[in-house]
Design a protein around this ligand. Structure first.
Ligand code: C5P
Length: 245
């Protein structure tokens, strides 16, 4: 029998180029959506003040800068992001166990020092824009994307971070192998009828919920819609219906 789980949270990706548009989206989408992702495009253009601006509107922030460097440098970046008060952030699993362990340690230390909640740290496994063929060209070894994702997810758990970013195609198996409390964040979400864009491993909101995803990252299907808030509400409805089925 299926255990009834709460609907996953929707995280709207603020993949826009400037502050005015980003904050207008936060205003329009709240309170239907409470999580917002700030990635390298917006953060590079606007700097840390965009995090403060969005938080000032009540948003929970997922800072998606995919840290990938030597352990000491990543620890410093995680500390800085924790000080900014983000609720979730990404590191890249290909940085290795020691790097991810340094990230987990830095987040715990910094939040204990400040007396704030520890941000959730998730590891990017394989970008959802990459296919098996793309990955083979990069790594020089053949293999199913699934195997790479599962190996990297196991390393993330060993390192003590909270979960991973992966496609819906791998979510169910990650949960089965690494346990339900290990968070799975899934981008590449496309409601029926939405264009894939540059994403290759895509799935509907319903499929994401059924596979056990905890957080759905949705960018273009929301922010490029004629009415972003209506697009977000339609996704939330689909998730509710998937849970009732
Ligand atoms: O517009 P779309 O819904 O494809 O946006 C997906 C978002 O998720 C983008 O901001 C992208 O950077 C991010 N992402 C991803 N694949 C990953 C990690 C993050 O697409 N593995």
């Amino acid at each position: 029998m299926n255990v009834r789980r709460a609907a996953p949270a929707v995280i709207a990706a603020l993949d826009v180029e400037e502050r005015g548009r980003a904050l207008a989206l936060v205003r329009e989408l709240s309170p239907a959506v409470s999580w917002f992702k700030i990635g390298s495009r917006l953060f590079t253009a606007e700097g840390p003040s965009i995090v403060e601006g969005a938080k000032g509107l009540g948003a929970s922030i997922f800072l998606d800068l995919k840290f990938h460097d030597i352990p000491q440098t990543v620890a410093g970046s995680v500390r800085a992001a924790s000080t900014l008060g983000v609720s979730m952030m990404t590191v890249h699993t290909s940085g290795g166990v020691e790097m991810m362990r340094a990230a987990a340690g830095a987040a715990a230390e910094e939040s204990a020092r400040r007396g704030t909640a520890r941000p959730i740290i998730v590891g990017v496994t394989v970008l959802t824009s990459l296919s098996a063929g793309d990955l083979e060209r990069i790594l020089g070894v053949p293999g199913a994307v699934r195997d790479h994702v599962l190996r990297r997810a196991a390393l993330a758990r060993e390192a003590g971070i909270d979960g991973v970013v992966a496609s819906v195609e791998e979510a169910r198996e990650i949960k089965r192998e690494l346990g339900d409390s290990f968070a799975v964040v899934t981008p590449g979400i496309r409601p029926a009828g939405a264009g894939a864009g540059d994403q290759k491993r895509i799935a509907t909101p319903r499929a994401a919920r059924e596979a056990g995803s905890d957080y759905l990252v949705v960018g273009r299907p929301i922010i490029d819609a004629p009415s972003p808030v209506e697009a977000a509400r339609a996704i939330l409805r689909e998730l509710e219906e998937a849970g009732a089925a």
